[in-house]
Every structure is written in structure tokens, then in C-alpha cells.
Design a protein around this ligand. Structure first.
Ligand code: BG6
Length: 468
């Protein structure tokens, strides 16, 4: 059965500066929290590898690859730390580099999505207090202003943040981004300040009266309770939603940070004093997004707490408000340790339709990271990543179904078109349609490359039967 996508549907990939630009670790240029962390604790990174795609030199070649895959759109991110290295002056070479990249993207017929923050805090900004500092919020807004001023309508779609819950969790709760703080309230302050930064950036953007649009990229996986019939599990899923995405999405899309969330934290003495400043709430109300990017990899299954938590010790959402649930018999991607459940993508799009005014949205990231793909090489040396084809096809099925039921979804971006560096996992799990040879830096197509080329050319997918 052939399932067609709407005319003009956007097809492409997402990338991020820190994950593709460097050509290896440079001890003479410690500019982001990642350079810093690697310089201090490189054993925390898989095989002790640092980002080495070298897009800065290879962008012409890489953008041609995107075009050859038939992409009509692509997301990159601009590195704040490299554009404004000391937090004061713009680096003219970097400005020129980003102009060149954007021009080259246009030349290759790509609709341009640009992210303004993708986990890559400049070290100088972290030293000022990172997302716990209002000074850093203002510095971020200055950076976004510089981007709007200089690149303006060269960019079609601006995204203020990629997955803002991740720096909150990773820097403050679960120890997977520098500076590895374990500080519950710090995380809540970061969440609030990022929301302030987002809204201030949207306000500055509106001032330029550009033709381009502005939005944000969130991972809004709806939590699935262990049992729909157990009120404690259902309650846990509602709390998990609040932490994971609802507080963020309600604020950016409806202008209101949920009071119920504040009350819940306040009861446990976990709502930080002084986090809300004069004017924040008015700002949230006044600046709305034009579109929403939705990143989706795996479902979030939860259950009510197994044990009474100790509120005097370290507090985290997963241990004190809900527990994660490993459903028996679940389908897994064992390499990344993530469950595969394509239907969640449909549920998310229908939630946006029902509860968020069907705001224009697109799937801004989705993909499958697999370790040791060499074992899938065929006799011609090409990686036969049939599992990736199945994974994407099934997700596209559910996206198509949501669109046919009225979801306002305008595109699909896969993470990512060329294998790249994945933070602490470094080059362990590969995501690309195109393989990156770490020894030679060569790019070689995997089997999924010709498959996606055809999907995009026909603007459709093939499925054998309806899924449930
Ligand atoms: C998303 C991020 O969370 O997931 C990407 O936006 C990231 O930056 C991707 O690479 C895949 O996750 P991971 O941890 O396997 O790289």
C-alpha cells in the first residue's frame, strides 16, 4: 500500500554544531563546556573520542550529500561560543563561515532551519553560572540578536532551543553534561531561565520583522502509565509529563507555566525562591511561537513509586516523583538502550492537535543509533541498515496517519544524515544514512540512503498493511 505525504512536505535531517563542526579536540581552544569536560575527564566519553566530523572544512561536500539524498530542508545550529568567543566581540571569520554555509545550503535547494542552542554552552557563560544566571540569559539573547541581525531572512526557520529539558536533566539532575551538578532546584531554575531566554529571543526576533519564522524544538514524548487502570500509575504519568515537556510546552505555546507544577514542588519545598522575576509571566503570555519541532526517539513508560523516597537525600524526578517502567516484552534498540514504539509519534501529533490548537509542527528528530554497523556490511562493502529503514518507515506510517486525521505536521527530519558525534556516546551508536569512516574521514552511503532518496522523490512510503 502506498501512503502519500502532503505536497510540499519537508524532508531532511538535523545536525548540531558541536556534533559535526570540530575536526578533533583542540587543547588550545577550550571554548565550550564539551571542550572543557573532555580536557578534564575524557574517560567519560566512549572510546575517549571527541567530535571529528570536520564539517567546517567539508561543508560543501556534506551539503551536496544532503542534496543527493533529495533533501529539501536541513537543520544546522550556530555555535554561540565560536561566534562570540569571549562573550563580547563577534569573530569575523566565524561570521563569514556561517554566511558561507547558509549560502551553500540555499544553493543546494535546502530550506534552512537554524538552531540557536544545542547543548553547547560557551565555557565563559558556564563560568558566569550557566542557565542559573540571568546574566547568561541576557548574553544568550544578545547572541540571538546578532544572529537575526546578520543572517535574518537567509534562514527560513529559527529554533531558539533544541530539547531544553536535556540541559536541565543532564547538567543538574542525572550527570551526563558538564558541570555534572546534582542539584534539583538548580534544574528548576535552569528550566525557568531557559523559558525566559526563549521568550526574550522571540521578542527580539519580532522586532526585526523578518519573513522567517521562529519556534522551539522539544521532546514531548507522552508518558505511558504501566497500567491505565491504576490511578497511581496514571498520576505518575501526569507528573512525568509535567517534568518532561508539559511545563515547557504550555509556556511556549499557551503562555502559561502550569501552576499545578509549582504547587506540587512548593509542597515539597522544592520550588526555588526568587526564580520568578517581575515581568516574566507577562513575557510568557506575550510571545508565542510560529511552529513547534518535535524530537522523538523512544517512549517514556512510567509507574508509581516503588518505595517511599527520602526527601532529605538527593532528589530527582525519576526517583521521587515517578519511576521509569521497563515493560516486559518491549521491542528494543539494544545498542542505545531505547525502546522502539513508533505509535508514540502519532499520539504526540494528536495531542498537539487536540490540546495545543493544532499549532504547525514537524518531527525535527527521529532516528536509530546502532553500534558496530560494520557487521552489516554486504559483499560490496556497503552497510545494509535494513533495521533503520524499517524503523523510519514505521514512524513515517504513524506520522502519515496523524496527518490523515488532521494533524498539522509539515515535515520529517531524521537524526542524522551523516554519522556524527553523540556527546558521551561519542561515535558508539551510528545514526546516519551515510557512514563516516573515522580513520579516513570518508563519507560512504549505507543502504538506507537510496531508500530515503526514493521515499522523498515519490513523497510517499510503502507499507504492507495498516498498523495498530
Ligand atoms: C537528541 C539530540 O536528544 O538525540 C541529539 O538533539 C542527539 O543531539 C540525539 O545526538 C541522539 O541521542 P544520542 O544520545 O544517542 O546522541
Amino acid at each position: 500500500m502506498k501512503l502519500e505525504f502532503p505536497k510540499g512536505f519537508l524532508w531532511g535531517s538535523a545536525t548540531s554544531a558541536e556534533q559535526i563542526e570540530p575536526k578533533g579536540f583542540d587543547k588550545n581552544n577550550i571554548s565550550t563546556i564539551w571542550d572543557k569536560w573532555y580536557s578534564e575527564q575524557k574517560f567519560r566519553f566512549f572510546n575517549q573520542e571527541f567530535s571529528q566530523n570536520n564539517f567546517k572544512e567539508k561543508y560543501k561536500e556534506d551539503l551536496k550529500i544532503a542534496k543527493n539524498l533529495n533533501f529539501n530542508s536541513l537543520r544546522i545550529s550556530i555555535s554561540w561560543s565560536r561566534l562570540i568567543p569571549n562573550g563580547k566581540e563577534i569573530d569575523k571569520n566565524e561570521l563569514k563561515y556561517y554566511h558561507n554555509v547558509l549560502d551553500e545550503m540555499k544553493k543546494n535547494g535546502l530550506k534552512i532551519f537554524v538552531g540557536l542552542y544545542h547543548f553547547d554552552m560557551p565555557l565563559w557563560a558556564q563560568e558566569l553560572g550557566g542557565w542559573n544566571s540571568r546574566e547568561v540569559v541576557d548574553k544568550y539573547v544578545e547572541f540571538t540578536k546578532i544572529c537575526f541581525e546578520n543572517f535574518g531572512d537567509k534562514v527560513d526557520m529559527w529554533a531558539t532551543f533544541n530539547e531544553p529539558i536535556v540541559p536541565v536533566e543532564a547538567q543538574y539532575w542525572y550527570d551526563f553534561h558538564y558541570p555534572n551538578l546534582i542539584d534539583f532546584k538548580g534544574g528548576i531554575i535552569a528550566m525557568w531561565n531557559i523559558l525566559v531566554a526563549h521568550h526574550k529571543a522571540v521578542k527580539v526576533f519580532r522586532g526585526f520583522k523578518l519573513k522567517s519564522q521562529i519556534g522551539i524544538i522539544l521532546n514531548i514524548t507522552p508518558a505511558i502509565p504501566r497500567s491505565e487502570k491504576n490511578e497511581h500509575d496514571v498520576n505518575a504519568s501526569e507528573i512525568a509529563n509535567m517534568f518532561q515537556w508539559k511545563a515547557l510546552l504550555d509556556t511556549v505555546a499557551k503562555g502559561e507555566f502550569p501552576w499545578t507544577f509549582i504547587e506540587m514542588l512548593d509542597k515539597k519545598k522544592l520550588w526555588p525562591t526568587n526564580v520568578v522575576k517581575n515581568g516574566d509571566r507577562e513575557l510568557f503570555k506575550s510571545e508565542k511561537i510560529d511552529f513547534l519541532g518535535i524530537n522523538y526517539y523512544n517512549p517514556l513508560r512510567v509507574k508509581s513509586l516503588d518505595y517511599v523516597p527520602n526527601w532529605d537525600g538527593v532528589v530527582t524526578p525519576h526517583t521521587h516523583f515517578y519511576n521509569q517502567y521497563e515493560m516486559p516484552g518491549r521491542r528494543m534498540n539494544p545498542y542505545r538502550g531505547w525502546e522502539i514504539y513508533p505509535k508514540s509519534v502519532y499520539n504526540m501529533l494528536m495531542t498537539i492537535k487536540k490540546d495545543y490548537g493544532n499549532i504547525p509542527s514537524y518531527i525535527s528528530e527521529n532516528g536509530m543509533g546502532v553500534e558496530g554497523e560494520e557487521k552489516y556490511r554486504d559483499k560490496n562493502g556497503m552497510i545494509n541498515d535494513h533495521y533503520r529503514i524499517d524503523f523510519i518507515n514505521e514512524h513515517l506510517y504513524w506520522i502519515n496517519r496523524a496527518i490523515s486525521e488532521g494533524a498539522n505536521c509539515f515535515g520529517y527530519h531524521m537524526w542524522t544524515y551523516i554519522d556524527n558525534w553523540s556527546w558521551m556516546n561519542a561515535y558508539k551508536n551510528r545514526y546516519g544514512f551515510v557512514e563516516l569512516d573515522l580513520k579516513t574521514n570518508e563519507r560512504k552511503e549505507k543502504k538506507s540512503a537510496s531508500w530515503i532518496r526514493e521515499v522523498i522523490r515519490t513523497n510517499s512510503i510503502q507499507v504492507e498493511e495498516e498498523l495498530n
